[in-house]
Ligand binder design. Sequence first.
Ligand code: F2R
Ligand code: MG
Ligand code: MG
Ligand code: MG
Length: 304
Amino acid sequence: MPSKDQYLGCILGLALGDAMGAPYEGGILEQLIWKLIGRTKDGLPRWTDDTQMSIDIAMSLLDNGELNQLDLSTRFANSYKWSRGYGPGTARLLKRIGKGEPWQKASMAIFKNGSFGNGAAMRASILALYFNDNIDRLLSETKRSAEITHSHPLAIEGAILIALTTHLIINHVTIDDIINTLKEHCKSKEFGTQLKIIHAWLSSNHTPSPKEIAKTLGNGMTAQSSVMSSICIAFLHFDKSFSELLSFARSCKGDVDTISAMAGTLWGARNGATTIYSIPIEQRQELEQIAVNLFNQVNYPSPA
Ligand code: F2R
Ligand code: MG
Ligand code: MG
Ligand code: MG
């Protein structure tokens, strides 16, 4: 049975990974901009689009009691702010939805065949917290939450892999069994090949360096160049501290906020929030309340 602490860890791990990774994301220009806007008025580290879109999903699920795509697309659009550092395609798409274009049309307007950015995967752990009682439902609702902004099959597959990994971690499944289950759900050659590499590394007790992960599994803004890297980083740090995970993800370079957010949410799902509870973060109380509300919504019986 998952614990409330795992729910807190999952949400705080995501937001802290995002906020701590954001200063290192992108090139010199992005890093300079984040130096100027990366703190709240009170000096707290700000999170980015990764956490904002995760909050939007959580609030939409909690308020509607189901995944309502129209409500979620409206929330995504209403929450959009340039200062949260959205992906270039998603920023344009959300502005179109904000002007009244249906999400079904907007999501195909920016990239032919839809976006394969990592923007659907980075918010997918929330689905696992809400739909914990039925894996098939979890997978279909994750697809529905992804396709609002990311209709490309690779983006949807990336989101499903993060949601499924989160689900298995909160339900105390071992890394070996997680890898075996993920193998059944990898549809594409891209993710399938990467998973085999991770499996080979772990089976031979090889600890890849950040450079090796970036080169082999990727460190970019697409789902296929960041989801498996994040899962691998999380597995390598399950028995290490959150700050070691952050420093490893930072050394991978590239899309550091999102890789840290995805690895961080998986780490928190496994280790809970106890050791990360006191790290300063924007809107901590709101994040904690969301975690508690998601936990209560799933109606786990209280421990005897
Ligand atoms: N926006 C950022 N970071 C700013 C630094 C970026 C830097 N200038 C750089 O270019 O490296 N971070 C946020 O964006 C990522 C999430 O992105 P999302 O929501 O998936 O956005 P988008 O634009 O849909 O996809 C990302 C890029 O992937 C490429 N791409 C996607 N689909 C494509 C397709 N069908 N064909 C060709 N290219 C495709 C494009 O380059 C997209 O812009 C997270 O990192 C978040 O933190
Ligand atoms: Mg971001
Ligand atoms: Mg990001
Ligand atoms: Mg990013």
